[in-house]
Design a protein around this ligand. Structure first.
Ligand SMILES: O=C[C@H](O)COP(=O)(O)O
Length: 252
C-alpha cells in the first residue's frame, strides 16, 4: 500500500523565530489531529538540526542535497551531514534548482542515489515548462527526466523514492493543472516505472502533485487515483492552510 503524503516546501522563507513558530504549530497539529497521511516539512538547511532535535517525530526534509560525498565543495551540504543531524529526507531536482542552478537530470540522479545511500528519502521532482505543455511535449519531457535520474536505481532503491510531479507553469502562479491533467500524467509516470520495474513496484511508489495546491482545490486533485498527495509551496507557509490541506487529504 503506497503512502499518502502531504509535504510542505518552505523554499527560501521564514526567519528563525518564524520557523520555530510554524514548526511548533505543525507539531501540535499533527499530535492533536493524528492525520491519516504522512506529513513532511521541507525547510531551509539552517533550521534542520534544531528542528530535528526539538521535534524528532516530525518528518523533516532538506530542500536539496549535494551530489558529492564530501570534499572541496564550498557552500554545499552532503547527505551524510543531513543524516548526522537525523534529517529524514531531501527534496531533489525541484524546478527552481533546475532553473536557477542549472541542475541537470544526471546531477539530480546522482543526488537521488547519494540520498538513498545515506538513508534519506528523496522526493524527486519532475515536470514540464509551459511551452513544453503547449507544444504537447510534456510526456516526453517527464519521461526523460524520470528515466535519466531514476532508472539507474535498483528495484530495492526505487521503492524508497517519492516522486513529485510539478508542472512548472503551475508553481506559485495560482494556476493549477486540472485534476484530469494531473491524473493523466501521474498514471503515465507510474506506467513508465511499471515498464521498467514491474507493476508491483510501480504501485508502491507515491506520486505527489505540486503547483498552486490550496485548500480550495486540494480535494479534487487528491481524489484522483494516481495522486498520492501534494508537494505544497505557498500554502505550507501558514498553519491554517497547511492544516486544512492535511485535513482534506486525511478525510478522503
Ligand atoms: O515545492 C512546491 C511547489 O513548487 C509548489 O509551490 P506552490 O504551491 O507555491 O505553487
Amino acid at each position: 500500500m503506497r503512502k499518502k503524503i502531504v509535504a510542505g516546501n518552505w523554499k527560501m522563507n521564514k526567519t528563525l523565530s518564524e520557523a520555530n513558530t510554524l514548526l511548533a504549530e505543525i507539531d501540535s497539529y499533527v499530535k492533536t489531529n493524528d492525520p491519516k497521511c504522512e506529513v513532511v516539512v521541507g525547510i531551509p538547511y539552517l533550521y534542520l538540526a534544531n528542528a530535528k532535535e526539538k521535534y524528532e517525530n516530525l518528518n523533516i526534509y532538506a530542500e536539496d542535497v549535494s551530489e558529492h560525498q564530501s570534499g572541496a565543495y564550498t557552500g554545499e551540504i552532503s547527505a551524510e551531514m543531513l543524516k548526522s543531524v537525523h534529517v529524514d529526507g531531501a527534496i531533489i531536482g525541484h524546478s527552481e534548482r533546475r532553473q536557477y542552478h542549472k541542475e541537470t537530470d544526471e546531477q539530480i540522479g546522482a543526488k537521488v542515489k547519494i540520498a538513498l545511500e545515506n538513508g534519506l528519502t528523496p522526493i524527486f521532482c519532475n515536470g514540464e515548462l509551459l511551452e513544453e505543455r503547449k507544444s504537447g511535449k510534456h510526456f516526453e519531457v517527464v519521461k526523460k527526466q524520470t528515466e535519466v535520474a531514476l532508472f539507474q536505481l535498483s528495484p530495492e532503491e526505487i521503492k524508497k523514492v517519492v516522486i513529485a510531479y510539478e508542472p512548472v507553469w503551475a508553481i506559485g502562479t495560482g494556476e493549477t493543472a486540472t485534476p484530469e491533467q494531473a491524473q493523466e500524467i501521474h498514471a503515465y509516470i507510474r506506467s513508465l516505472i511499471a515498464e521498467k520495474y514491474g507493476k508491483e513496484i510501480a504501485d508502491e511508489i507515491s506520486i505527489l502533485y505540486g503547483g498552486s495546491v490550496k485548500p480550495a482545490n486540494a480535494k479534487e486533485i487528491f481524489s484522483k487515483p494516481d495522486v498520492d498527495g501534494g508537494l505544497i509551496g505557498g500554502a505550507s507557509l501558514n498553519i491554517k492552510d497547511f492544516g486544512a490541506l492535511i485535513q482534506t487529504y486525511s478525510d478522503l
